[in-house]
Design a protein around this ligand. Structure first.
Ligand code: URA
Length: 212
């Protein structure tokens, strides 16, 4: 698995405000969108393109456009929804699918409770949005779900990642035969005993949408 940790002063600045417990929900939502757009720039470096011929007002020339089929963007409900707008702003022609994942508190296994995705993802490039890579359980299940449906190239975009989550993804997909890339705004120190990322930013879903 390729891991790319963003290293840019604008991203670090926005992350610092995002982490601050005094940042309110509207500001938090706007910052998440802005951060995703910046991360998406890196995450789409290998997006598939094809050549096209166009006419400028001056002459005919060659250019490129996103290849068909276009990428599929998959936010993981609920917190991943807060990342969708920032991603589709950069890739407006992408198709959007949704995955709702829930964790069984006894077995700690994550499973799918909602799925709005094309049945056949054969040959599709998928961009999975989940703000927090903590234990990795949800993302392992989500990536398996996409691979079972034929996805051939998967990029995960996270705002923050913990080393434990990266290790879990690396272990789960060492022999997957599908290229997997992780792009994250920062690699944090560790998980605490409650599974929260440290220093982290708290519960991303609650901070985006309020506690339910
Ligand atoms: N999910 C969150 O929202 N925050 C964490 O710190 C870990 C998982």
């Amino acid at each position: 698995m390729k891991v790319h940790v963003a290293n840019h002063p604008l991203i670090s600045h926005k992350l610092t405000v995002l982490r601050d417990e005094r940042t309110d929900s509207p500001t938090f939502r706007r910052l998440v969108e802005e951060l995703v757009t910046l991360l998406a720039y890196e995450a789409t470096r290998e997006v598939r393109t094809e050549s096209v011929t166009i006419k400028t007002p001056v002459t005919q020339t060659k250019g490129i456009k996103l290849a068909n089929p276009t990428p599929v963007v998959v936010p993981i409900l609920r917190a991943g929804l807060g990342m969708l707008e920032g991603m589709t702003r950069l890739v407006p022609t992408a198709e959007v699918g949704f995955l709702g994942m829930v964790r069984d508190e006894k077995t700690l296994e994550a499973s799918t409770y909602a799925n709005r995705l094309p049945d056949d993802l054969a040959g599709r490039q998928c961009f999975v949005l989940d703000p927090m890579l903590a234990t990795g359980g949800t993302l392992v299940a989500a990536i398996n779900f996409l691979i079972e449906r034929g996805a051939t190239d998967i990029t995960v975009i996270c705002i923050l990642a913990a080393p434990e989550g990266i290790a879990a993804l690396e272990k789960a997909f060492v022999n997957a035969g599908v290229p997997i890339t992780l792009v994250t705004g920062a690699l944090d120190e560790k998980l605490n005993e409650h599974g929260y990322i440290v220093p982290g930013l708290g519960d991303a879903g609650d901070r985006l949408y309020g506690v339910v």
